[in-house]
Design a protein around this ligand. Structure first.
Ligand SMILES: Nc1nc2[nH]cnc2c(=O)[nH]1
Length: 455
């Protein structure tokens, strides 16, 4: 008997699955086998009625390395959250009625200053990572704080708990714009701290599960020397970059006041827009800025819940997608009140339709909206999964050969069951999973083939 192909698979997952294959197309795989290699990558996908499946199933059932979906359960890719402020977890949902600058100065910075204490950091970050995994978030891109030690603690927790993570120690070195209780002591030590952080994360031995990110908070919080230094560090280490860009009228204007050009053009001038850059919000990008994003391969972390509070406008998502920009979703904890990418997906749909159709019933219908189109459910699913993967240039967000087995098992019968009566086709099931289900319907979560939720 030929043992070679079977021996190459560490585990097999069997069940029906939904996976994006393009921004507008979802594959419905009725009863399939996903064969995962020891590195946690999907090495083979085949239908359960394929002649080879019989032997594979028998072998892995006997070996105890077969995971089968029960009736009513479906595999989906895990969610990718492109924008999380980990230290803001304790203020989730708080003070969102304040303008962005006030919210930062009076709520957020005092809270973030507390992460000088790594013990506090460990308590908060442990709860956060656990919660996000339970939401089905298999990958998160995190801002930590200015503190090197606490930022390493976050990276360690992600590595230990098995969440794929991109973690940034935040840079805020401009003495004139940051509060005296929360900022980098000086530019040189800020940059040294970033280098130390990158090397310590590389030294964690997470096998690439946790990656360091160069993280200027945003232009208003950094000096030119720091921004240039961070661009140079990002190039030297080949690491990801994250920041905020053109989030609100106020932030968008800051770059014009300081440099006479846009946030995007200024970040680019410092070498911070690269194929591995993810910029949060980007609501106020000009079409020229969007071209710059497309040219440089910079991605947008679309954070619709938070944008409703702080952005002063709605991201023209349809337009930016049509321009070919890489876009994924972010919860923006805690500018957004919901820790779930599922909620971001729903809010992205709602805002896109509202922008298109209009908001003010006092205006005649033709003048109410932009009328340049809205996204559909398939695209929202893409943004929450494969779009995030492409934004990060990582093989995640699809249940397909060559992609990591970062997956969630949704149980439509859990917690009293989803209202799936008179189901006509699998699209009805996908609608309910994406628009109605909650964390209580997640029966299992895997990252790189390792089970991290469920038993
Ligand atoms: N939403 C949001 N915007 C920011 N701009 C700079 N810092 C922040 C932050 O923490 N949250």
């Amino acid at each position: 008997m030929d043992e070679a192909p079977r021996a190459g698979f560490a585990r097999i997952f069997r069940g029906p699955a939904f996976t994006p294959v393009s921004p507008t197309e979802v594959a419905v795989l009725d009863d399939h086998l996903f064969c995962v290699d020891p590195a946690g990558t999907v090495a083979r996908v085949l239908a359960a009625d394929d002649p080879e499946a019989v032997e594979l199933l028998a072998h892995h059932r006997a070996a105890g390395t077969l995971t089968e979906a029960a009736p009513g359960q479906y595999f989906l890719p895990g969610f990718v959250d492109l924008h999380v402020h980990a230290p803001q977890w304790p203020q989730l949902g708080r003070a969102l009625d304040r303008p962005l600058g006030d919210w930062l100065m009076n709520y957020t910075f005092p809270l973030e200053a507390r992460y000088a204490d790594p013990v506090f950091a460990r308590q908060v970050y442990t709860q956060l990572v656990e919660n996000l995994l339970r939401q089905g978030t298999t990958t998160a891109m995190y801002f930590a704080t200015v503190h090197t030690q606490a930022s390493v603690v976050l990276a360690e927790i992600c590595a230990d708990r098995g969440q794929r993570a991109l973690v940034g120690k935040v840079t805020m070195d401009d003495r004139s714009s940051n509060p005296d209780f929360y900022w980098d002591a000086d530019t040189a030590s800020a940059l040294d701290g970033v280098v130390e952080f990158i090397e310590r994360v590389h030294g964690l031995g997470s096998g690439g599960l946790v990656l360091p990110v160069v993280t200027p908070r945003f232009i208003p919080s950094c000096t030119d020397r720091a921004l240039a230094g961070l661009g140079e560090i990002a190039a030297r280490y080949g690491v990801h970059v994250q920041s905020h860009c053109s989030e609100s009228d106020w932030e968008h204007q800051c770059a014009f006041d300081r440099y006479g050009r846009s946030d995007a053009e200024s970040l680019d001038g410092f070498g911070l827009l690269t194929g591995r850059s993810v910029m949060a919000h980007c609501v106020h990008l000009s079409d020229r800025d969007a071209e710059l994003f497309a040219r440089s391969g910079t991605a947008i972390a679309h954070c619709p819940v938070s944008n409703a509070f702080f952005a002063d406008a709605v991201l023209p998502l349809r337009r930016r997608l049509d321009e070919g920009l890489e876009i994924g979703l972010g919860t923006d904890i805690s500018g957004g009140f919901a820790p779930s990418v599922r909620t971001a997906l729903r809010e992205a749909l709602v805002q896109s339709r509202t922008l298109d159709h209009g908001a003010d019933p006092g205006r005649p219908a033709p003048e109410r909206g932009t009328h340049d189109g809205h996204i559909v459910l398939e695209e929202a699913f893409w943004l929450a999964t494969a779009g995030g993967g492409e934004a990060l240039s990582l093989p995640i967000g699809r249940l397909a050969q060559g992609y990591a087995w970062d997956a969630q098992l949704v149980d439509t019968t859990a917690a009293g069951g989803l209202p799936l009566f008179d189901v006509r086709d699998s699209r009805d099931v996908l609608d309910a999973i994406l628009l109605v289900s909650g964390a209580e319907h997640i029966a299992g979560v895997w990252v790189a083939g390792r089970r991290v939720i469920g038993d």
